[in-house]
Design a protein around this ligand. Structure first.
Ligand code: PMP
Ligand code: GLN
Length: 386
């Protein structure tokens, strides 16, 4: 294994899902729903396969999906994109993020990330030979434990070698949805230092309590320096479909595209056609999903509280972070490794998503994208065991 990748073992999500399978634990670790997306979407994919959409699609993706992505972006956020040159289809957001970082970060460049961070960021920045500068998100006790950052820390993280800021909102694992003020602070730093922003918006539709998601590219001076990434998996409960897209100005999309054509070349064509229709026709389904998930968030948060954990209430995504210290625990990795055996529930220790590991030692993430009876079983088990 190359030196750059040696710090990266098996991902925490794979480890915890394996542990859950081995012990028969309820898996609230890795984030994936236990119900399917819209029936019409599943049927459309099957139909396209039956009808012979089974050979390589064009490298940049099916034109139908690129147009649907551009139209969706326009309708929801007023963003103008040329589907031919400013939208590019990837194998999930994961490949979009990897291609963007590998295509835009030179060896030795610094990349600012907000920690805790989704695990693929650290790995692809390392692959590019980049250096991470982490800005820590911390719970604000005045705001129900909502995680936020200190703009002074963000400014201090930027130096002469900084090339990019990675912005994930709605944020996995904290569930924070950045406000306009927070985004303005990030945009200011990007403009002042001529940085590229890479935005990971895969949870863009999973926001609660009337919270709104604002793409960073809609802020002044940001459209020309933002490469936005999203995907179908979370929005339509089809995480296995691995169909995503990068969006932004042609030079940034071209950078990602140049790399991506040698990583995966192209992505599944039949699924792309099905997703194109869903982006246009399934707005109601998305609203229903959002309402259902908001209820599940409340259900799991109440249950985790009853089990004695401190709940840091999320505004978006399908994850909730808990502080384990009220129960007398201090090490989330230890607890998460023992929980499947001791309680029959799997979760994810947030510590592994930090560079400054002390910041996340006492935090454990639970996923609430599960059927209500599954959440209830998990809570009963936690209440009994903790
Ligand atoms: N970014 C974040 C923040 C995620 O949680 C996920 C889900 N695994 C991804 C990217 C990857 O998305 P995809 O499955 O579309 O590759
Ligand atoms: N996004 C999901 C999570 O954070 C799945 C991640 C994965 O399996 N790579 O749990």
């Amino acid at each position: 294994l190359v030196t750059r990748m040696r710090p990266f073992g098996e991902t925490i999500f794979a480890e915890m899902s394996r542990l859950a399978a081995e012990t028969g634990a309820v898996n609230l670790g890795q984030g994936f729903p236990d119900t399917d997306g819209p029936a019409s979407l599943l049927e459309a994919a099957a139909r396209h396969i039956r009808e012979g959409v089974n050979q390589y699609p064009p490298g940049p993706g099916r034109p139908e999906l690129r147009s649907a992505v551009a139209a969706d972006r326009k309708r929801r956020y007023g963003i103008d994109l040329d589907p031919a040159s400013e939208v590019y289809i990837t194998v999930g957001a994961t490949a979009g993020i990897a291609s963007g970082v590998l295509g835009l970060v030179e060896s030795g460049d610094e990349v600012v990330v907000f920690e805790p961070m989704y695990d693929s960021y650290a790995a692809v920045i390392a692959l590019a030979g980049g250096v991470r500068r982490a800005v820590t998100l911390r719970p604000d006790p005045e705001a129900g434990g909502r995680f936020t950052f200190d703009p002074a820390e963000l400014r201090a993280a930027v130096g002469p070698r900084t090339r990019m800021v990675v912005v994930n909102s709605p944020h996995n694992p904290t569930g924070t949805v950045f406000t306009r003020d927070e985004l303005s602070a990030i945009a200011q730093v990007c403009r002042d230092n001529d940085l590229i922003a890479l935005t990971d918006e895969v949870y863009e539709h999973l926001v609660y309590d009337g919270t709104e998601h604002h793409p960073l590219s809609t802020l002044p001076g940001m459209a020309e320096r933002t490469l936005a990434v999203s995907s179908v998996g979370k929005t339509f409960s089809v995480t296995a479909w691995k169909t995503g897209w990068v969006m932004g100005p042609e030079p940034l999309v071209r950078a990602a595209r140049t790399v991506n054509q040698f990583l995966t070349f192209t992505a599944n064509g039949a699924l792309q056609l099905a997703v194109a229709d869903a982006l246009r026709d399934e707005g109601e389904w998305v609203l229903g999903q959002r309402a259902a998930l908001e209820g599940k968030r409340d259900r799991l948060c109440a249950g985790l509280r009853a089990a004695g954990l401190e709940v840091l209430r999320p505004q978006g995504t399908y994850f909730v972070i808990t502080d384990i210290r009220p129960l007398g625990y201090s090490d989330g990795i230890e607890l998460a490794r023992s929980l499947p055996h001791a309680a029959g529930v799997a979760a994810v220790p947030a510590q592994v998503l930090y560079d400054n590991t002390d910041e996340g030692r006492h935090l454990v993430r639970f996923a609430f994208c599960k059927r209500d009876e599954v959440l209830d079983t998990a809570v009963e088990r936690l209440v009994a065991a903790l």
